[in-house]
Design a protein around this ligand. Structure first.
Ligand code: P6P
Length: 338
């Protein structure tokens, strides 16, 4: 890479965005910077994960006598602690917490945003060194300023989202962030410890060759989903080549690849788990917002994910998400086969 090319850091990007919106208060930019800082701390721990066996097994004390935290817990606490001490967030809903975390102090009660997150999705892959991710979404509270936030602030449909993003801890660490102005990707430069704009104005190709599904559940999928998967096995892509089945077991990694190269990811409902496995608030909604703003589509098989009114914090939802051309073909199969 041409080192002389000035790379824009995440902070510089958020400040530039502020210049485009003089009436903005800077809170959303500040919230994004806080998330970026927390994820740099998580990245450092994720990169050490392989050393935990040397330094002490998870849940025990390491050679320094420090308790070795499960990385999910570490990531959850890192984000909550940092957001609690910021001035931009009134509360958090986390996949790791049964209830909402309300930051009930005078400053936080006057913050206008709430955050929903999966602090470390795919953490079961850490011991085999597969990419994992942090997923988050940001909503404007609907409860009055000056009071603690309530559950209703977190149960808003995805189309009311202000911003969403993910961090993928992979061969490089990248933060992808979406607002209604578009989707931008920032790669962490370890030499300076800054996220730098590397993928401006990301767009999801309308077609691709990658399709991601857990074939172990094939016999439990609906006839329409089975028909689509069979179609991918026998037909050629819009470009005329073969499809490629690629399922990493870490949705952030699968969806990130499909967002860049084109493709479709699905975690359908099954006969034994009709609502599937993925959480609406912490996984489906933020990724649907990002892919939608990049030109892709995300549904639960019949309804756009962003139109679904959440009922409970941890409810699960089937997810089909990716390139619009491939999603149209999937929906044709579902309509034809049920
Ligand atoms: P399965 C990880 O636990 C996760 O939530 C997603 O990141 C991933 O795509 C999915 O579950 C994998 O689930 O049942 O196919 O192993």
């Amino acid at each position: 890479m041409n080192q002389s090319r000035k790379l824009m850091t995440l902070d510089e990007f958020t400040i530039q965005e502020l210049r485009n919106f003089p009436q903005a208060t800077g809170e959303l930019s500040g919230l994004l910077r806080s998330i970026g800082l927390a994820c740099k701390r998580i990245n450092a721990e994720v990169n050490r994960a392989g050393l935990v066996d040397i330094l002490g097994a998870l849940g025990t004390e390491n050679v320094q006598g420090e308790e070795v935290q499960k990385l999910d817990d570490f990531a959850n606490k890192a984000l909550i602690d940092l957001l609690n001490h910021s001035i931009y967030c009134a509360g958090v809903g986390s996949e790791e917490n049964d209830d909402i975390v309300v930051f009930d102090d005078p400053i936080s009660n006057n913050s206008k945003y709430v955050l929903l997150m999966d602090p470390l999705d795919g953490s079961g892959n850490i011991d085999v060194n597969v990419s994992i991710g942090t997923i988050f979404s940001i909503f404007k509270r609907i409860s009055p300023l000056g009071q603690p936030v309530t559950l209703d602030d977190f149960l808003q449909p995805g189309h009311r989202m202000v911003a969403a993003g993910y961090v993928i801890y992979g061969s490089s660490t990248m933060l992808v962030y979406a607002t209604r102005r578009g989707v931008n990707g920032f790669t962490l430069d370890p030499s300076v410890g800054e996220f730098c704009l590397s993928h401006p104005n990301m767009k999801c190709p309308p077609h691709g060759r990658f399709y991601s599904a857990n074939y172990g559940n094939f016999g439990k999928y609906s006839p329409g989903v089975q028909a689509y998967l069979k179609r991918c096995e026998t037909k050629t892509t819009a470009e005329g080549g073969p499809y490629t089945e690629r399922y990493i077991g870490s949705m952030v990694a699968d969806i990130h690849r499909n967002l860049i190269k084109g493709g479709i990811f699905m975690y359908p409902g099954t006969t034994d788990r009709p609502q599937g496995k993925l959480r609406l608030l912490y996984e489906c909604n933020p990724l649907a917002f990002i892919v939608h703003l990049a030109g892709g589509i995300a549904t639960n098989g019949s309804i756009p994910i962003l139109d679904i009114k959440p009922v409970t914090l941890h409810q699960r939802m089937p997810l089909f998400i990716g390139s619009c051309g491939m999603m149209d073909e999937l929906m044709q199969c579902i309509r034809a086969e049920g």
